[in-house]
Ligand binder design. Sequence first.
Ligand SMILES: [Zn+2]
Length: 450
Amino acid sequence: MGNYLITNSKIMTMNEAGDVLENGYIAIKDSRIQAIGPMDTLERQMYPGYKEFTAPPYAKPYVVLPGFIQTHIHTTQALGRGLADDVDLIVWTRKRIWPYEAALTPDDAYISAMLGIAEMIKSGTTMFCEASGEHPDSIAQAVLDSGISGTVCLSTMDLPGEIPEALRMTTHEAIERNLALIERWHGTEERVDGCLNILNLFLSSETLWKEFTKLSKERNLLLQSHVAESKSEVEFVKEKTGLTPVRYLDSIGALTPNLLAAHLVFIDDKEIDLLHRNGVNVMHLPAAELRIAGFAPIAKELEKGIPVSLGTNSPPCNNRMSIMDDMWLAGLMHKAVNDDPAAVPAKAVLRMATINGAKALKREHQTGTLEVGKLADITIMDMNKVCATPTHDLESTIVYQATSEVVDTVFARGELLMEHGRLTTIDEGWIIREAERRAHSIVKRAGIKL
Ligand SMILES: [Zn+2]
């Protein structure tokens, strides 16, 4: 691992005060941020042998941000993107994605995760949380090999429903397999972490929810799930329990600060209060929600002070794994729904993609802002691109205007993962060839007809 010096740059710290250094530097030593300051205080002799990153003097300066954090993404579905477009949810699930997941080998899952991670790095993401993976050890290996930080989990369903045999497990097996994953991957706050998973309320028992909630409290584990994602889920839970999903989870004590709840689209004001009061982590997945669900009440949640975070969710229902695309959508879609062009401003979206993600994953002491002593999780943007020109307001340019084309250089834990647009830990040509080959082989094996 080298040491690095980023100079003559605009530094958006994303700290509590929202400090921006107009012309600043950052020194990276090993895995951490060693120093940050204005250029006129830089003492170069303090940093001998540090490799320097700076924009040419005739160009606009680099913009430096904390690496983005995706709190909900299904990397093992990356080889299935494009497999289920323009079909209804029944076909999406039963005819396309479940057969795809059931046919996935551990090596397929590794390549799928690598493809997802490559796209994440190329769009400035340095940390993610898997939403419900198959073969979590393969995902963990991809995290280790690529240098990104990732929390892995096992897609867990303990009720049979209509899921393929290969994806079924009993409540006992669900607990055992999740505990084994936690033993292997949780606890050190290193590159790989592990969390508990319950896929959704359709396919899980109350026993499992109670057991995992207890475990998550006792051992301070995150529990990842999808909640109030569709109208049919709300109807199903109401019929089964007499309550809406959020009220039901409240009634069994499952709303906790360790719950990572994705979507929460079909909820009312009382349920927003319940989420807020119990410190539940709300994850917003704009593209996927536009595709299959609707409009989560994000503006209201932000107004209440809920630190909503962002994810790109499932590649077969979003198709893009660049968080910058979802930042763009998050900034736009709530303006329409709330009939308010000032709703969910760029500033809020940037916080969702950085510090709020760190808070959701309980890593705000490590990442999410640029501060001395924190992990060097850093994205450098080169604004000398057509899409970023002109720049009147930096936050607006990043959220509404720029695409991931501006992401130039990325560090995670001080390791250089992309240098001037070139991935340094993943062979891009190889991953494209392998991903294309394996994706077609899975479709053939699973007998999926488009
Ligand atoms: Zn999801």
